[in-house]
Design a protein around this ligand. Structure first.
Ligand SMILES: CC(=O)N[C@@H](CC(=O)O)C(=O)NC[C@H](CC1(C(=O)N[C@@H](Cc2ccc(O)cc2)C(=O)O)CCCC1)C(=O)O
Ligand SMILES: [Zn+2]
Length: 590
């Protein structure tokens, strides 16, 4: 037992130094795998993960001996984080967990959708998820073609991942119990340092659900008009393959079907980007320039020399975008199979937001480097992107001819953003609703798929376009399930990013409405953001929220204020029309 403050401070210094080293090598091994999926890189990643796991276990055993009573807040916080997480002591089980996770991730990353009656074993004419299948889901308006790739993708990766998932759940559960937790769900929730967190997200959802129902009712009617009411029944959930996205998580790709005021121009500047000859590099330079304009850190030289900004042609990679912190030498990178379009311009800002956060908290000890909570990490880039998509800024970077919009163009603009942000909210909630129940043992492997679709109907008002059975594993068709990446962070982000946007607009002395506010070039806004980013996770997240907004809690008033003009318009449109589905189906009256 150690209670000498001198020795404990020394121990924490050594912890910080060794953690930086171990994190650096773990990040490198992961980077090599995701940017070049080979047998060697797979093995190497597995070995480095085992080594960093061993280090983690040793460090926890030592940390348990330390008496925390007379330590200062910061040291106690560092020790709290050092003692967190599950632990598998048995080397074989740790290896099995590693291999199982890697297999699921690889199945997903190399999965392909093949043409009908494809000869077994040949990949001739087969399509990868990104960008081919994603582009079909975004652009085709052929009901049956959409159905073919929607089912094809789930058939290609679902059952294979579904076979491995129970083993994954068992091992994560064992690791949690050895770590002293009831279930792995408690480890996932622990990051929010908030005993009522599950209740809070349910309350927040109830506050924004009316906005979602308005959007859902309007979009369902437009899809019925597009595909015929034999395909889309305005009294029922929407078939899940018609929303322009493989998971129906965001609906911006069907903007043309739902456009409130046709031919008034929109902020979807994809065509203009192509006309203007925008390159992938330019997209990243423009994003970098926005952060610089706020007085924040620019991406360092190694970002440009070591990132992977487009899909390579000579090797298999994990195309799902990601940002990487190498914990040393200011080495931050993005891996992305970027395409020149509006959606990817958003994602570029999202990923660079992660890198900016890495750069801003790198003065903190390694164990205190992280988002104030994971939702904050997801909100940084998206908050900046809320300024980027304004007519004012798009005009400034030459993607819109004028920065003036009239009333109908304003509604079009808000619809475009709502298809990205409002549509996402129930999806951001249901992924971990499903996972929390699975890790608590409330959903058994036999029930995986039926409970998934119950949640998809309950929260999103979607239904599968064809019969699903328990031999399907549709959760596995979404990246974050095989990769084990938590998801409630995105639900949190899609609410707090509007609080952050409001705070930055206030700091920038913005006069106009929140939805047209652009903080580009505002050093005051940058200083406000920086003051929160540099905290990392050195303080509980309400303190970081208070630094940004003046109040410590998550709050839906900002997102409601942002979309108020659109909601008024939608309530007009939906007056007397059917809204909701199942037991909640009713006629809406203003
Ligand atoms: C080493 C490592 O893993 N690093 C972490 C970052 C960190 O934790 O430091 C990381 O890079 N995670 C990858 C993940 C990628 C994306 C994602 O998965 N997005 C969600 C939801 C969504 C969709 C639209 C949107 O505008 C915002 C969110 C989805 O696509 O469903 C793909 C596109 C955008 C973000 C990410 O960047 O969050
Ligand atoms: Zn992210």
């Amino acid at each position: 037992v150690v209670d000498d403050p001198e020795i404990i401070e020394e121990w924490l210094d050594v912890l910080n130094f060794t953690m930086a080293e171990v994190s650096h090598y773990a990040a490198l091994a992961s980077w090599n795998y995701v940017t070049n999926i080979t047998k060697y890189n797979t093995e190497f990643l597995s070995n480095v993960s085992m080594l960093s796991g061993n280090y983690g276990l040793e460090m926890k055993d030592e940390a348990r001996k330390i008496v925390q009573d007379n330590l200062d807040f910061r040291s106690r916080r560092m020790l709290k984080f050092a003692l967190r997480g599950g632990e598998l002591r048995d080397g074989h089980k740790r290896r099995l967990l590693q291999v199982t996770t890697n297999k699921m991730q690889t199945i997903y990353s190399v999965g392909k959708v093949c043409p009908p009656d494809q000869p077994a074993g040949s990949t001739e004419g087969c399509l990868a998820l990104e960008p081919d299948v994603v582009n079909i889901m975004a652009n085709t308006r052929d009901y049956d073609e959409l159905l073919r790739v929607w089912v094809g993708w789930r058939d290609a990766v679902g059952p294979k991942i579904g076979k491995l998932y129970p083993t994954y759940v068992e091992l994560k559960t064992e690791a949690a119990k050895i770590g002293g937790y009831e279930s792995h769900t408690d480890i996932l929730l622990e990051k929010y340092e908030d005993p009522t967190f599950e209740q809070e997200v349910d309350d927040l959802w109830q506050q924004v659900k009316p906005m979602y129902l308005q959007l859902h009712s309007y979009v369902r009617r437009k899809l019925a008009a597009q595909y015929g009411d034999d395909k889309v029944d305005v009294r029922a959930p929407i078939p899940a393959h018609l929303l322009g996205n493989m998971w129906a998580q965001q609906w911006n790709n069907i903007y043309d079907i739902v456009e409130p005021f046709p031919n008034q121009g929109t902020i979807d500047v994809t065509d203009k980007m192509k006309e203007e000859g925008w390159t992938i590099t330019k997209m990243f330079q423009v994003a970098n320039n926005f952060f610089k304009s706020l007085g924040l850190e620019e991406m360092p030289p190694t970002f440009w020399s070591k990132s992977m900004l487009e899909k390579p042609t000579d090797r298999e990679v994990v195309c799902h975008g990601s940002a990487h912190d190498f914990s040393e030498y200011n080495d931050v990178r993005i891996k992305m199979c970027t395409e020149v379009n509006m959606e990817d311009l958003n994602t570029v800002h999202h990923e660079m937001g992660h890198c900016e956060y890495y750069l801003q908290y790198n003065k903190q000890p390694v164990i205190l480097r992280g988002g104030a909570n994971p939702g904050f990490h997801e909100a940084v880039g998206d908050t900046i992107a809320l300024s980027v998509v304004t007519p004012d800024y798009l005009h400034q970077i030459g993607l819109l001819d004028s920065n003036k919009i009239d009333k109908s163009q304003e509604i079009n603009y808000l619809m475009e953003v709502a298809l990205n942000k409002i549509a996402f909210l129930p999806f951001g909630l249901l992924i971990d609703k499903w996972r929390w129940q699975v890790f608590r043992g409330d959903i058994t492997p036999q029930q995986y798929n039926e409970k998934w679709w119950e949640l998809r109907e309950e929260y999103q008002g979607l239904s599968p376009p064809v019969e699903r059975t328990s031999s399907d594993f549709d959760p596995g068709a979404k990246y974050h399930i095989p990769s084990g990446t938590p998801y409630i962070r995105y639900f949190v982000s899609f609410l707090v990013q509007f609080q952050f946007h409001e705070a930055l607009c206030k700091a920038a002395n913005n006069e106009g409405p929140l939805h047209l506010c652009n903080v580009y070039n505002s050093k005051e806004a940058g200083a406000k953001l920086k003051s929160m980013l540099e905290m990392g996770m050195s303080r509980p997240w309400p303190d970081a929220m208070e630094t940004m907004t003046g109040a410590p809690n998550m709050d839906t008033s900002a997102i409601k204020e942002y979309f108020r003009p659109l909601m008024e318009w939608l309530e007009e449109e939906n007056d007397g029309e059917l809204i909701g589905w199942g037991k909640e189906l009713r006629i809406f009256h203003q």
